[in-house]
Design a protein around this ligand. Structure first.
Ligand SMILES: [Zn+2]
Length: 114
C-alpha cells in the first residue's frame, strides 16, 4: 500500500524508504528527505534525532531495557522512576507511529542504485 508522503521542508514527495528520515518537531512526527533533515537539523534544534531506520531499532531495544527495569522499581513502590517509564514509552510510541504513518507506505530503493 503506497501513499504520497511529502517532505516537511521542501514539500516534494518522498519516494523511497532509504530517503526518509522522521523526527519529532513541536510534539509531532514529521517526515524529511535525508538531505532536507540534515539542513534543517543544522539550522535549528536537533530534538531527538531521526526516529526511523537502524537508530530507531536501537532506541526501542534500549527503551525496553529502561522500561522493564524502571517498572520493577515502580512496582516496588519507588514512584520517582515513573517519569522515566513515561518518557521511554512516549519515545517508543513516536517510533512506532513513525513506522505506521510513513515508513511502511514507501518502497525500497531498487538494487541498481546501491
Ligand atoms: Zn525535502
Amino acid at each position: 500500500m503506497e501513499k504520497s508522503i511529502s517532505c516537511h521542508k521542501c514539500y516534494e514527495e518522498i519516494t523511497y524508504k532509504e530517503d526518509l528520515v522522521t523526527a519529532v518537531k513541536f510534539f509531532t512526527v514529521v517526515p524529511y528527505h535525508t538531505d532536507c533533515f540534515a539542513i534543517d537539523s543544522y539550522r535549528s534544534f536537533r530534538g531527538l534525532g531521526p526516529l526511523n531506520g537502524f537508530r530507531g531499532i536501537i532506541v526501542i531495544a534500549i527503551a525496553c531495557l529502561f522500561i522493564v527495569t524502571s517498572l520493577v522499581e515502580v512496582v516496588n513502590g519507588d514512584l520517582s522512576f515513573l517519569s522515566i517509564v513515561i518518557f521511554w514509552l512516549l519515545l517508543v510510541y513516536a517510533i512506532i507511529y513513525s513506522y505506521w504513518k510513513y515508513e511502511r507506505h514507501l518502497k525500497e530503493l531498487p538494487d541498481q542504485y546501491y
